[in-house]
Design a protein around this ligand. Sequence first.
Ligand code: C2O
Ligand code: CU
Length: 505
Amino acid sequence: MSTPPSDTSLGRRLATGAGLTATLLLVAFLGWSWESSRLPDSYSVMDMGVADLGGGPPVDMSGHGHAAHGASHGTGISLVSLSGPKAEAADVEVTLEARQGRFALATGEELEGFTLNGTSPGPELRAKQGDLIQVTLRNVDVEDGTTLHWHGVDLPNAEDGVAGVTQDAVRPGDEHVYRFLAEDPGTYWYHSHQVSHEQVRRGLFGTLVVDPATPVAQDADVVAAVHSYKGRRTINGRTGVTRLPADGGDTVRLRMVNTDNGRLRTWVTGGAYRVLAVDARDLHEPTVVQEKQLVLPAGGRADLELTVPTDGSALRVDIGGGTAMVIGPEGVEVDERPEPELVLDLLSYGTPAPLGFDPSRADRDFDYDIGRRPGFLNGKPGFWWTVNGEMLPDVPMYLVEEGDVVRMTIRNDSGDVHPMHLHGHHAVVLSRDGVAATGSPWWVDSLDVLDGETYEIAFLADNPGVWMDHCHNLDHAAEGLMAHLAYAGVTTPYRMGSATGNEPE
Ligand code: C2O
Ligand code: CU
């Protein structure tokens, strides 16, 4: 036992002092981080985010000839005025009643969740191009309130169904009417955009098909909405094998819709397929695909053309988990087969066609860098997603003017895949990891960006409003992976935050 020399003791005291100071600084920093991460009880999306002009000229957010951050302070137009036709009679008119509680899948399994008109998925809506669609959403008893977002439909902003951005959540006992023209034919879906990470996962969604004004000859045209209910894989709410009776030589358009948070792998046994459309946009000169799986991002759709073999056999479209659709003569079975290793790459599928705008002449050039780091999100500590290195509320507010050609570079360095979804627009894929697209124009509203990947996309800013641009793994969106695209001079009167009852994610 010896007493330590006094210089060590002094050193220790100094070290302790430094340690204490460091600790105090850390505590102060954490306190500040925590405090500055907290969101107000009520706020406008326009007051959030960091204005990003994408290298373009300043935009006039006020209508008074000066650029400013925070359009809600300006006197621009309210997005409420950007609605669908108000007076005309609707061609398709439907009421959807949202409920919460116990329900049964089409194959009988009982679950706790959400339904529309008593089922999940809700009714399959069909319209013809040019039709005016009117949907009345009636919230019977969904406690948190609900909305309907029309995923992939480039409709007027006020019909977009985002709680706290384009409307207030519809409370139990209340109604909301959506009206919009079915302008672009294709496969779409609808889902709640209020507490969506919970409501969609547990059933509050359905599909919408817009048939082209000039019909396409097909023997069958069928939707396959894929969803996992507590790990049970389903097609149109059915587990196991669903049968679609068809004769040899029949052509079938199968509209696959991925309503899950994860990627959907699908593959065909007993025949080949062509991909006619992706995200409600026809592909140009798609070729026949053999022995390759197709991957759909969360929220994404793909229309497959399948031809039933003429030798009396059937086709099997698998989605994994023993769930499949068998298409062919009654009673003919097709054995389950593991997924092919090769994946169809849409970057080089089909042949080029005009885009309708010149993406090399961009008015705005945005970065959407996705990362992850520890910190506080609205006061909660965690390992959260970042956009351009920042966490909510400091994520970008991408600002555009109507008519702008917009390029966006999406980089993902976050360790996970992100299915990125821009509302109100379709973007065309220009390149992936520096490799230019060489196939058909690949228009998307939902795009998987894998860890380590970089995509360049472009779109025409032709639909004024305030639009979400977020990850469609809805848990990730709730964990902060979302930003907005706003048009100069457009404001919203709606607010989010704990005091408002609006919680879009
Ligand atoms: Cu399908 Cu913002 O969502
Ligand atoms: Cu994500």
